[in-house]
Design a protein around this ligand. Structure first.
Ligand code: NAP
Length: 500
């Protein structure tokens, strides 16, 4: 049952001004508008909870993660129903995302139980060493303290209230304060109810988790500036992420801001692969581009191909497949406006040719496809930016030297993809050392939409794909973001954190 309230340290708070949700369909609801003083209360409770939660055993935290997953499952249908109403995403897609969210919580529980993520090291004392004795030295990764979390509109479950950032922070032993996303406040509240139920069932400190709904931007700005917040996990746009990242850097005590931002995820289509299967790749690209109205950070928005007849076949197949795709509902009115404005900026360039596209109105998106020469693409930085939605640009390069030149100048990406056959091996061998410096994940002969949650995943990349090139927001390595190494010298073992 929706209350429209904030959850602050185990209390449901709701006596202030409200904002109204804008669901894609179904009934709108009133939600409490967050205030800076509510942020302060949530963060202070989180700091108080850290005294016990930061020293809790891995077994306790694993049990918490599993109980949250169970509580989400118990509310499964209600979460899917409101999630679909608020975001316009089909129920089937949200059922998959719910499974990914609970699977992630359970995976992290298993992972921390094993203990190796702590990277424990021990250099025993050498009292007789000359000329100087060595003290007993132990190193272990420790939780950093209260973490602020901002989810994105396009993953209302897996990158939101109980998404990857929250799961990673709780696994590490860090209390969490979530700033609710105004695009899915009801979904956020039901998931917060699940977390609240889990904390209460296990009789843990209520300050471990709070959800302060948004409605006004000062909730987020106060949260990242609060002196007791020790790190921020953010998934969202480059513009929003950069604004909050700059606030973190401008603090008297700058804190890490783990921002996962946008990306155009270029694909490099090599000549032998194109000669063998240009049409097949084109049709598959169209499916990846249009999936979920293109609202994926891993959407492959740019395809680099050699100019010529294979490029023509590739384009025709892509157009043919995109023409089968009808209009799809976008996540918010703001995202639909930004899509239309991104399209109009591309169309402003006289060197760009529109291959497919139907005018979009309201919250509905139709796919668009453009082609442009390598020279014209290089000359217009607007064409290098992410337009969030089902849009693709075919960049027809003069030769492989120009393709390599573009690989060297592109900004940081979440993913880069090569389509290749055996005869492309030499070109691929030259591209990979360039592309591995640009992206968190390199793919061959596939499409980057669909991010596996596992030990080997890296979902991040150099700026602007993320604000922290050494981190991932997906997979078990994401827990490391909320830990820092501490060395204990000659500290009696009974006073050490859980060891072994
Ligand atoms: P967004 O507009 O940046 O919003 C994300 C969150 O940040 C929201 O809670 C928003 O508050 C808040 N926010 C944004 N600007 C702010 C500011 N100036 N001050 C304070 N708070 C601010 O992003 P979105 O539209 O939800 O998500 C779509 C974007 O996310 C796309 O660009 C997509 O590529 C990217 N994305 C990246 C990943 C990844 O892992 N790299 C995954 C998914 C999506 P409000 O609720 O008030 O708007």
């Amino acid at each position: 049952m929706l209350t429209g309230k904030h959850l602050i340290a185990g209390q449901w708070i709701g006596d202030g001004p409200t904002f109204t949700s804008s669901p894609a369909h179904g009934e709108a609801h009133a939600f409490q508008t967050g205030t800076p003083s509510q942020v302060d209360a949530a963060v202070e409770a989180a700091e108080e909870a850290f005294a016990s939660f930061g020293w809790s055993s891995r077994a306790v935290r694993a049990q918490l993660l599993r109980t949250i997953a169970d509580e989400i499952d118990a509310r499964g249908d209600a979460i899917i129903q409101i999630g679909s109403q608020e975001t316009g995403l089909p129920e089937a897609r949200l059922i998959g995302e719910r499974g990914r969210t609970t699977g992630q919580l359970r995976l992290f529980a298993d992972h921390i139980e094993q203990g190796d993520y702590l990277d424990q090291r021990h250099d025993p004392a050498l009292p007789d060493r000359a000329p100087l004795p060595r003290p007993d030295l132990r190193m272990i990764q420790r939780p950093i303290g209260p973490v602020a979390v901002f989810g994105a509109s396009n993953f209302p479950l897996a990158f939101s209230v109980a998404g990857g950032d929250t799961a990673a922070a709780l696994a590490a032993g860090c209390p969490v304060v979530v700033k609710g996303h105004s695009a899915h406040p009801g979904t956020g509240e039901l998931v917060a109810q699940a977390i609240d139920a889990a904390i209460k069932a296990l009789q843990l400190h209520p300050g471990i988790f709070s959800l302060v709904q948004g409605g006004k931007r000062d909730v987020g700005t106060r949260l990242v500036q609060h002196p007791l917040i020790r790190a921020v996990g953010f998934t969202g746009s480059l513009k929003g992420g950069r604004a909050l990242f700059d606030l973190c850097a401008a603090r008297p005590d700058p804190i890490p801001f783990f921002g996962e931002l946008g990306s155009v995820n270029p694909m490099f289509l090599l000549p032998a692969a194109m000669a063998a299967r240009a049409s097949e790749i084109g049709a598959a690209w169209a499916a990846s581009l249009a999936m979920g109205a293109g609202q994926f950070c891993t959407n492959p928005g740019i395809a680099l191909v050699l100019d010529g007849p294979d490029a023509d076949r590739f384009q025709s197949a892509t157009v043919e497949a995109l023409e089968q795709v009808g209009g799809q509902t976008m996540l918010t009115d703001g995202i639909a406006d930004a899509y239309r404005s991104g399209i109009s900026h591309i169309a402003d360039d006289a060197n760009v040719r529109q291959l497919a596209g139907t005018p979009c109105s309201d919250r509905t998106a139709h796919p668009f496809l453009y082609s442009v020469s390598g020279d014209a693409w290089l000359a217009n930085p607007t064409l290098h930016q992410e337009v969030f939605g089902p849009i693709g640009i075919v960049v027809r390069v003069r030769d492989l030297t120009q393709m390599m030149g573009i690989a060297k100048m592109i900004e940081g990406q979440l993913t880069c993809t090569i389509h290749m056959d055996e005869d492309d091996n030499e070109t691929a061998a030259a591209l990979i050392p360039v592309l591995e410096r640009k992206a968190g994940r390199l793919l061959a002969n596939g499409f980057p939409t669909g991010v596996e949650v596992c030990d080997s995943m890296v979902h991040g990349g150099p700026y602007p794909a993320s604000t922290n090139f050494g981190a991932t927001s997906v997979g078990t390595l994401s827990i490391r973001r909320f830990l820092r190494p501490v060395c204990y010298q000659n500290i009696p073992t009974n006073l050490l954190p859980e060891w072994g």
